[in-house]
Design a protein around this ligand. Structure first.
Ligand code: ADP
Ligand code: MN
Ligand code: MN
Ligand code: MN
Length: 389
């Protein structure tokens, strides 16, 4: 928390939760605040709030809403309405009570998904292959930056000592911003996000948390909401979150989004042969996967720092230098899951999980996780240039 040492004399605005707490306690007279969250054109999240007359029992009771897509790079000015359709809701860890966070899909006025709505096609593909009961567990790595854009805790005009003591580190000078990490962990739990753990990463000021296992499309919903929570918590501490896959060039680890995957068949006895079959399918579509596995991933996937090469698909048991790793434990038992280590930290979990289901189980007519959204995006970007952070 930013200190508010001289709030009486200093006219400069400083965030002060002690003040805020007073207002959080005020009764809402039956009304509920719903924070509608959506994904914008630059892979970030946006949100706005709506007062509801009463607590909704299910997501189907939540009204559709809209926003000005020309202000987010998601629509041209002459057709700027983008519609928000709620897909899941979560208890709000900031406002507490009956207040909720709402994850939304984005649609245009003609009923077509917005160019940045990657959930729509992924959900269609997953629904079609629902009998395989896909589970996903994603390891979200990220880096904390100060307001100047330099990693938190790093010397102002230089670098910390080389990597080694920081991964899962404990102690001053080894880990930075543990308070933010703790706050985010609890916020996720309160919000019913299936967060399965957290750890300090190899580069100082870099952290990881895992979400999953979650079935099908719910992984994407929960991971996006967990990203919203991370930005929102860090905002209170005056820190910036970056999902840049290689925030600092050179001998510093990049950030990934390892994607652990299993189907019902892989989790059962003899599942290893289903994992092996999946490896053949993944190998055959490596280029397409890399195209949706995050921007700037080439800088991360150098073959060093526990990554594989960008151009070639490989898989191996217990090998952190291959595209896909199968746990030694899984190989010994003969069933379980695999870990796709290729996705970058800034990739869209809907695209990753949608592509994996599509590649392993086959395409579904009318939904194309790989190409449809990319094409729409290119068309829109010609009219509405997007500022990438
Ligand atoms: P790593 O050893 O690569 O750091 P982590 O412990 O960080 O692995 O993450 C492993 C992830 O795998 C967790 O998010 C967990 O939920 C997920 N996971 C475990 N079992 C399965 C499974 N059968 N299917 C899919 N995901 C799984
Ligand atoms: Mn991990
Ligand atoms: Mn990691
Ligand atoms: Mn991993």
């Amino acid at each position: 928390m930013l200190a508010n040492k001289n709030s009486q004399a200093d006219p400069v605005y400083l965030s002060n939760t002690a003040n805020l707490e007073k207002y959080l306690k005020l009764p809402q007279r039956g009304s509920v605040i719903a924070e509608y969250v959506w994904i914008d054109a630059s892979n970030g999240v946006r949100s706005k709030c709506k007062t509801l007359p009463k607590k909704p029992e299910s997501v189907s009771e939540l009204p559709e809403w809209n926003f000005d897509g020309s202000s987010t790079g998601q629509a041209p000015g002459d057709n700027s309405d983008v519609f928000l359709r709620p897909v899941s809701m979560y208890p709000d860890p900031f406002r507490l009570g009956d207040n909720i966070l709402v994850m939304c899909e984005t649609y245009m006025s003609d009923g077509k998904p917005n160019a940045y709505n990657f959930r729509h096609d992924a959900a269609v593909v997953m629904e079609k292959h629902a009998k395989h009961e896909f589970w996903f567990g994603l390891e979200q790595e990220y880096t904390l930056l100060d307001t100047t854009g330099w990693p938190y805790g790093w010397p102002k005009n230089g670098f910390p000592a080389p990597q080694g003591p920081y991964y899962c580190g404990v102690g001053a000078g080894k880990v930075f911003c543990r308070d933010i990490v703790e706050a985010h962990y609890k916020a996720c739990m309160y919000a019913n996000i299936n967060i399965s753990g957290t750890n300090a990463e190899v580069m100082p000021a870099q952290w990881e948390y895992q979400v999953g296992p979650c079935e099908g499309i719910t992984l994407g919903d929960q991971l996006w909401m967990s990203r919203f929570l991370l930005h929102r918590v860090a905002e209170e501490f005056g820190a910036k979150i970056t999902f840049n896959p290689k925030p600092i060039p050179g001998d510093w680890n990049g950030a990934g989004l390892h994607t652990n995957v299993s189907t019902k068949e892989m989790r059962e006895k003899g599942g290893m042969k289903h994992i092996e079959k999946a490896m053949e399918s993944l190998a055959g579509r490596h280029k397409e996967h890399m195209k949706v596995y995050g921007e700037g991933n080439e800088a991360r996937m150098t073959g060093a720092h526990e990554t594989a090469s960008y151009d070639k698909f490989t898989w191996g048991i217990a090998n952190r230098g291959s595209s896909v790793r199968v746990n030694r434990d899984v190989a010994e038992k003969g069933f379980g899951y695999f870990e796709d280590r290729r996705p970058a930290s800034n990739a869209d979990p809907y695209q990753i999980t949608g592509m994996i289901v599509e590649t392993i189980c086959g395409k579904v007519e009318g939904a194309d996780v790989f190409s449809s959204s990319q094409q729409q995006q290119q068309e829109l970007e010609m009219v509405v240039p997007v500022a990438k952070p």
